[in-house]
Write a protein that binds this ligand. Structure first.
Ligand code: ADP
Ligand code: MG
Length: 448
């Protein structure tokens, strides 16, 4: 029996022993890759997934495998993004790489496509540039293309999407993908093994070179030298080069000037954190992909708390799925809050600002935010202002003077007056209680 047969049999047996939801969630996405010695190699979508499967289902899998007879009796996970590179390391699996991954270049992650990349004002330009490059690599002035921006915003996704698009449309083109760390390691090991010529060849044969996270070249003089030559050679041949970086290349320190000026000779495009609507769209898409039926309020709730990182949005979805699948519970607000809190810990407290509170109060009282911080003494506006001041004090612990500044430069005695007034009203006023309760529910769980 080969690895596919063994895995199919294992799944059939496990299907009867596990809840259907858990089976679908955790077993359908696994792909058997190979058998190496006593181990069945399984490809899983991400690190979290492998940890989860390992913790909860390893025993089931192993005992089922043993029950099947002489085949593999242990399992090993390979994360799909890195799948081929991990396999590459073990000499006796070289054949696997060639046989099973046909046209897929090593390290090119299949899952990262343009169609799976949700577009918003934050990344539109970067996506358009990436698509243009993928459509006619090396043929326009976007060479090199540098995609830069903060962590978890989709740079690697776009880089791999370019590769996937090219191998689909032009399978003859050789696409080489590497992180700058991988490039560095390859270079170092080629020196150790006296194989620098092979190293050069493997990179300089590329029609399209995709290098992730060039900031890791910082301070590595000899590697930079090597990369400079690779870059020039490819560039002169009209080959496409795409790189990602954590900041605008011009602002990177520890890189040689001539390298920086090469990097800036093409097009640099940035990706910003997604706005609220884009976050909602991304969450809906990820939930959909995972067959997770999330109420819209829950999606909105997550989107209003996780703002700066798409990877965090994604991991919340995976965690919700994990909780729901393991304990067979419905996904409701308490569960979502628990998961958010687990994931973000205290980070959220710094994420909530006076503006968030004022915004929330504005929603609930139908008074505009500019009215809340403005001079008007109309009753409903004053009330909303007092509530906001009270909540800033209560939830954020801001000093009265700081609060005064957020409210159009009022002084601390005004802030104190508002706090006392709300405190008194809360004893009797149901509406005040409801508003304060709602805002706290929405914002405070992370500050507790
Ligand atoms: P970076 O390289 O910028 O740190 P990644 O490309 O690794 O970020 O993105 C982190 C995760 O978020 C990936 O799983 C990626 O698929 C996902 N992601 C980022 N941006 C988007 C987007 N616009 N649409 C869909 N998924 C996205
Ligand atoms: Mg990345």
């Amino acid at each position: 029996m080969d690895h596919s047969n063994i895995w199919d049999k294992t799944k059939v047996l496990l299907k009867d022993r596990l809840p259907a939801h858990a089976f679908e969630t955790w077993f359908e996405p696994i792909k058997p890759l190979d058998i190496i010695g006593p181990e069945l190699v399984l490809q899983v979508p991400n690190q979290f997934f492998s940890e989860w499967v390992d913790m909860h289902y390893r025993k089931h899998i192993v005992s089922t495998l043993k029950g099947l007879g002489d085949g593999p009796s242990e399992i090993k996970y390979v994360i799909s993004t890195e799948g081929t590179s991990l396999l590459e390391k073990t000499d006796d699996t070289v054949s696997v790489k060639h046989a099973k991954t046909t046209m897929q270049p090593p390290r090119l992650s299949v899952g990262y496509t343009f169609s799976g990349f949700i577009e918003g004002p934050n990344n539109q330009f970067a996506k358009a540039a990436a698509q243009t490059v993928a459509g006619s690599p090396g043929k326009q002035s976007f060479n090199p293309l540098v995609i830069y921006g903060g962590v978890g915003l989709g740079k690697t996704h776009l880089l791999h999407a370019i590769g996937n698009e090219i191998i689909t449309n032009a399978p003859k083109l050789k696409v080489v993908v590497a992180s700058s760390e991988k490039f560095t390691l390859d270079f170092i090991s080629s020196i150790q093994k006296n194989r620098t010529a092979e190293f050069s060849k493997s990179y300089r044969n590329a029609n399209v070179l995709l290098i992730d996270d060039i900031q890791f070249f910082q301070k590595k003089e000899q590697t930079q030298e090597q990369f400079f030559h690779t870059f020039n050679e490819l560039y002169q041949l009209g080959r496409q080069i795409v790189m990602t970086a954590d900041r605008y290349p011009g602002e990177m320190s520890g890189l040689q000037d001539r390298l920086l000026s090469r990097f800036q000779s093409g097009l640099s495009v940035d990706i910003q954190p997604p706005n609220y609507e884009t976050r909602v769209a991304i969450l809906m898409d990820k939930a959909d992909q995972n067959n997770l039926d999330l109420p819209y309020e829950v999606i909105e709730f997550i989107a209003s708390h996780i703002k700066n990182n798409v990877r965090d949005l994604e991991s919340i979805i995976i965690r919700l799925l994990a909780h729901a699948s393991l304990s067979q519970v419905d996904i409701d607000f308490p569960l979502v809050k628990k998961v958010l809190k687990e994931r973000l810990g205290d980070m959220v407290s710094t994420d909530i600002s006076a503006e968030d509170i004022i915004g929330r109060v504005a929603d609930l009282t139908n008074v505009r935010t500019d009215e809340i911080v403005g001079p008007s003494r109309r009753k409903d506006i004053t009330e909303a202002r007092h509530l906001s001041v009270y909540l800033c004090r209560d939830l954020l612990g801001l000093s009265l003077a700081t609060i005064g500044m957020h409210f159009g430069g009022r002084d601390h005695t005004t802030a104190l007056y508002a706090c006392n007034k709300v405190q008194t009203s809360l004893k009797t006023d149901k509406r005040f209680n409801r508003i304060v309760g709602t805002v706290k529910d929405d914002l405070s769980f992370a500050i507790l």
